[in-house]
Design a protein around this ligand. Structure first.
Ligand code: FES
Ligand SMILES: [Fe+2]
Length: 357
């Protein structure tokens, strides 16, 4: 399976790339090393020396360049070899590594791995995570998922599972009857659930101080292709109105690592009226981590291992009403991938024509 490449993906939280240190990760099946130039700007290079294929992260940062730890070739931040310490010092034409556009935004380091021109204006809007946004934030969440990112994306877009998998924590039994309304806004898909007069799930009881009494609850999830999400979820008294507390924005962002593994970054932003002690804030973050890491992850890992290498549609999955959003999302991803592949083929066709003329 191929990945959509012409898109911004989160490589890591920006604090993970520390001055003077290298950070490496596999993204879209490619090994990438990150470091910072002396002026602090982040750099992303292919993490494989073209000489004997040693990962460059085993080397040393020299100024704004990286020196391979095996025989000392040096590569600058554009991926060009700038020093060959051997023989006459001549630099072979093939001595270069790929460099990737990166951009720091909303506390995350975003990477562009496609061939089209990277435009940072296309990075999804997560300004609610900015320190001056007026929201109380909980950031830095990361989980490694042993499943394809599309399986994880379905988990996020269709939140009907909270009644079962996160019962008592993020969901409650009465929610199962909720209507799921699926809408499209441009390229975004929204999956909105409205759940009137339901038991208050633990995490919302903590935010809204409802002492276990019933609430009206909503979960409105927005998918921003190919793999970014923002959830608006909360509660208020039955028949009441949204207040400046009792809800939050959940940020969920997926980056394919390999066909069968995914980097999952998550964060939250709470409105200013949220009354929470430091202990409660820690507990809130911990409850979310628990839900994602100890409830969602085992389910996803088991799902991928049950699917093995089979194609999802070839397995003929049973479709339920709650699958409307995920199916639209899968179809949209298929279309994006086809378009991207057509444009790559068209470009390579043009190149061949030019070569043969
Ligand atoms: S493997 Fe990098 S210089 Fe030889
Ligand atoms: Fe979940």
């Amino acid at each position: 399976m191929a990945f959509i490449k012409n898109a911004w993906y989160v490589a890591c939280w920006d604090a993970q790339v520390k001055p003077g240190e290298m950070f490496h990760r596999t993204l879209l099946d490619q090994q990438v090393v990150f470091y910072r130039k002396q002026n602090g700007e982040p750099v992303a290079l292919q993490d494989r020396c073209p000489h004997r294929f040693i990962p460059l992260h085993l080397g040393t940062i020299r100024g704004d360049a990286i020196e391979c730890g095996y025989h000392g070739l040096q590569f600058d931040c554009s991926g060009k070899c700038v020093k060959n310490p051997h023989g006459d010092g001549k630099i072979p034409a093939a001595a270069k590594v790929r460099s990737y556009p990166v951009h720091e935004k909303h506390g995350m380091l975003w990477i562009w791995m496609g061939d089209e021109i990277a435009n940072p204006d296309q990075i999804p809007d997560y300004r609610v995570l900015e320190p001056n946004s007026g929201y109380r934030t909980s950031t830095g969440g990361y989980i490694h998922i042993n499943a394809n990112y599309e399986l994880m994306a379905e988990n996020l877009l269709d939140l009907s599972h909270i009644t079962y998998l996160h019962d008592g924590l993020l969901g409650s039994p009465e929610q199962v009857g909720a209507d799921q309304v699926v809408k499209e806004e441009g390229t975004h898909i929204l999956c909105n659930r409205w759940m009137p007069n339901v038991g208050v799930p633990g995490i919302f009881d903590m935010l809204y101080k409802r002492d276990g009494k019933h609430v009206d609850m909503w979960t409105n999830m927005r998918w921003i292709p190919p793999s970014s999400f923002i959830l608006d979820s909360g509660v208020h008294v039955p028949g009441g109105e949204r207040e400046d507390k009792g809800w939050y924005y959940g940020v969920h962002i997926l980056t394919p690592e390999t066909e069968r593994t995914t980097h999952y970054h998550f964060a939250a932003a709470l409105p200013s009226g949220t009354v929470m002690s430091e202990d409660e804030a820690t507990q809130y973050a911990e409850l979310r981590r628990f839900a994602f890491e100890e409830q969602d992850k085992p389910m996803l890992d088991a799902q991928q291992s049950a699917l093995g290498d089979s194609n999802f549609w070839d397995m003929k999955p049973v479709l339920l009403s709650v699958d409307a959003g995920p199916v639209r999302m899968r179809r949209a991803l298929e279309r994006m991938l086809e378009e991207e592949q057509r444009s790559v083929e068209a470009k390579s066709g043009k190149k061949e024509q030019v070569t043969s003329v």
